[in-house]
Structure formats: structure tokens, C-alpha cells
Write a protein that binds this ligand. Structure first.
Ligand SMILES: Nc1ncnc2c1ncn2[C@@H]1O[C@H](COP(=O)(O)OP(=O)(O)OP(=O)(O)O)[C@@H](O)[C@H]1O
Ligand SMILES: [Mg+2]
Length: 300
């Protein structure tokens, strides 16, 4: 399959003249969670009580739910970056068929970036304030792709262009504090896909952004999915975000998945009172505007 960045770069060069990439290939689970349980090692308290989903190429799984419900811990478990005293105490996480409990630190280093990448809220805190943007992404490209200085620079510029930053040459030479939140989030997405991951975890990646920029970032993620078959885990407080992007949604509350299913089914026919509550909270913002006219007809 064509890699994410190749697709991205093609896209940037053609500026959207081609149609979508077509079927993303055989449905090999890239990421598979089976009844994952996470406990706080300090007091042994279980915080996440069983999360299961399968992510295949081009599939987008959304996780919604109230603050503290375990969305981020679930993502971190899948990325092998649980906070110190937390541990997976039940179930399993598999990345491309390999149980992560069997991974050595060296194997994790190889997987991160190249197979699974992540974008979190607050992009500024993931960038080094004293290094120019271009250099920070080039580091990823050089380490993970083994490119030389000049080739890395070309690739970084192409990536910046691909995430629709208006003036890639300028951004390349700027420092993080010189960019807006939306621009920084694009930079982080460029860095996250620089090594052609097959899975991208976006945890509240658009939460801090204003509505217009948020919509643009969501379009960018959808574009990556369509063009390169990138599989996404999208975490949000905002049901509208999930409605717009996700094939399947998990609704979490207090560490429990209270409802899970195809996004349209869950939104059109919510079975759990908490899902209904979330939907009613969002009704004032107009879910239809995100779902499009097909939603009200219950299209699967
Ligand atoms: N580093 C940490 N140290 C201590 N407790 C933590 C830590 N990270 C998470 N927790 C606790 O674990 C529970 C789940 O947290 P998590 O961050 O997964 O929630 P969340 O659903 O992502 O919430 P939010 O929507 O606010 O991001 C919460 O009760 C939280 O207080
Ligand atoms: Mg969180």
C-alpha cells in the first residue's frame, strides 16, 4: 500500500484533482484491544473496566465520554505510554498481531512513529520551544526514514505543505511561539505522520482550537484516512467531532464502555441513557450540520 506521506505528498502536488484512494486493502487489524483493563498500581484500583475494539486500515474509531472516564488512559495503554504507576491488568492490546506486553523497549521505539503515531491536545508542550519547526520534524524524518540532511529538508517542506500550512518555507524556519494553536496542531500532525504510521491516535487534538480551525484539522485527518488508509482513534468530549469522522464509537463513563456501535446507529438510536444525555447536550450545536442530510435517514 502507498504510505501516508506518499499519499499526502501526491495530494499536495495534485492539489486534490484525484478521487479517493479506493478500498484501503484487506481488513487486517492494525490495532486490537480486547477487554483492556487498567489499574492504578498505587492503590490497585481498576480505573478502566474493559475496552475492546478493532482498528483496520482506513477505519476511524471514536471514544467519547465525560472527563475522567478513561479515554486518555485507554489511548496511552495502546501507545505503551501509561503514566508510571498505571498498568494494564487484564485483556490485551495487539498492534499488527503482536501483543504489546511482549514488546521490548527497542521494539517500541521502532513501532512509535513508524506504525503508530499520536497527536494530543496542547501541541506547544510537545515541541521544543528553542528549536525551529523544520529541524524538529527533520529529526523524525532522519531518524525514522534514514534520510540525509537535504532530502529530509525537502520532505519536511512537503509535509508542511501537505498539512495545508500556507507558507511552508516560512514555518520551517520559525519557532513554536511564533505559530498559532491551529498551525502548531498541523505541525504536530505533520510530525506524527512523517514516518508513515498506519495508526494515528488523536486525543482531543482539536479541543483547544476554535470551531473553524477544528473543522479544518478534522478534514485533514479525514483526508489522511481517505488517501492513505490511515486508521484513526479519535478521542473527544465533543460528539459532533466523532459524528463527523468516525465509523464506530465507544461511549465511556467512569471507566466503563456504556455503549458501542456504528456511529450512525449510536447517534440515531442511542440505547444508553448516558449516550442520550450526551446527544441532548449537543443538540443545541446542531449535530445535523456535522452529519449531513443522510444522517436523519438513518443511513448505515
Ligand atoms: N497521570 C495520572 N495520575 C493520576 N491519576 C490519573 C493520571 N491520569 C489519569 N488519571 C486518573 O484516571 C482516570 C481516567 O483519566 P483519563 O485521563 O483517562 O480520563 P479522560 O477520559 O481522558 O478525561 P478528559 O476528558 O478530562 O481528558 C481519572 O480519574 C484520572 O484522574
Ligand atoms: Mg483525556
Amino acid at each position: 500500500m502507498t504510505t501516508v506521506s506518499e499519499k499526502l505528498l501526491t495530494r499536495a502536488e495534485e492539489s486534490g484533482t484525484r478521487g479517493p484512494a479506493g478500498p484501503p486493502g484487506p481488513a487486517v487489524p492494525l490495532l486490537s484491544l480486547r477487554d483492556v483493563r487498567i489499574a492504578d498500581g498505587g492503590d490497585g484500583r481498576e480505573i478502566v473496566h474493559g475496552v475492546s475494539f478493532d482498528l483496520t486500515p482506513g477505519k476511524v474509531v471514536g471514544i467519547v465520554g465525560e472527563s475522567g472516564s478513561g479515554k486518555t488512559l485507554t489511548c496511552r495503554a495502546a501507545l505503551g505510554i501509561l503514566p508510571d504507576h498505571f498498568a494494564i491488568t487484564g485483556g490485551s492490546v495487539e498492534i499488527e498481531g503482536t501483543d504489546i506486553s511482549a514488546l521490548t523497549p527497542a521494539r517500541w521505539t521502532a513501532l512509535r512513529g513508524a506504525t503508530i503515531g499520536a497527536v494530543f491536545q496542547d501541541p506547544a508542550s510537545y515541541l521544543n520551544p528553542s528549536l525551529r519547526i523544520g529541524r524538529q520534524i527533520a529529526e523524525v524524518v532522519r531518524v525514522k526514514k534514514g534520510l540525509g540532511r537535504r532530502a529530509a529538508r525537502e520532505r519536511v517542506l512537503a509535509l508542511l505543505r501537505a498539512v495545508h500550512l500556507r507558507d511552508p518555507e516560512l514555518v520551517h524556519d520559525q519557532y513554536p511561539h511564533e505559530l498559532s494553536g491551529g498551525m502548531l496542531q498541523r505541525v504536530l500532525i505533520a510530525a506524527a505522520v512523517a514516518a508513515d504510521p498506519r495508526i494515528l491516535v488523536a486525543d482531543e487534538a482539536t479541543t483547544a482550537l476554535d470551531v473553524t480551525v477544528q473543522a479544518e484539522i478534522l478534514d485533514l485527518l479525514a483526508d489522511l484516512r481517505d488517501r492513505a488508509g490511515l486508521a484513526l482513534v479519535v478521542v473527544s468530549h465533543d460528539l459532533a467531532v466523532v459524528a463527523r469522522l468516525c465509523d464506530e464509537v465507544l461511549v465511556m463513563r467512569r471507566g466503563e464502555v456504556v455503549e458501542q456501535g456504528p456511529t450512525r446507529r449510536v447517534l440515531d438510536d442511542p440505547r444508553h441513557a448516558y449516550t442520550r444525555l450526551l446527544i441532548s447536550e449537543h443538540e443545541q450545536y446542531g449535530l445535523e450540520k456535522f452529519l449531513g442530510p443522510a444522517a436523519s435517514k438513518g443511513e448505515a
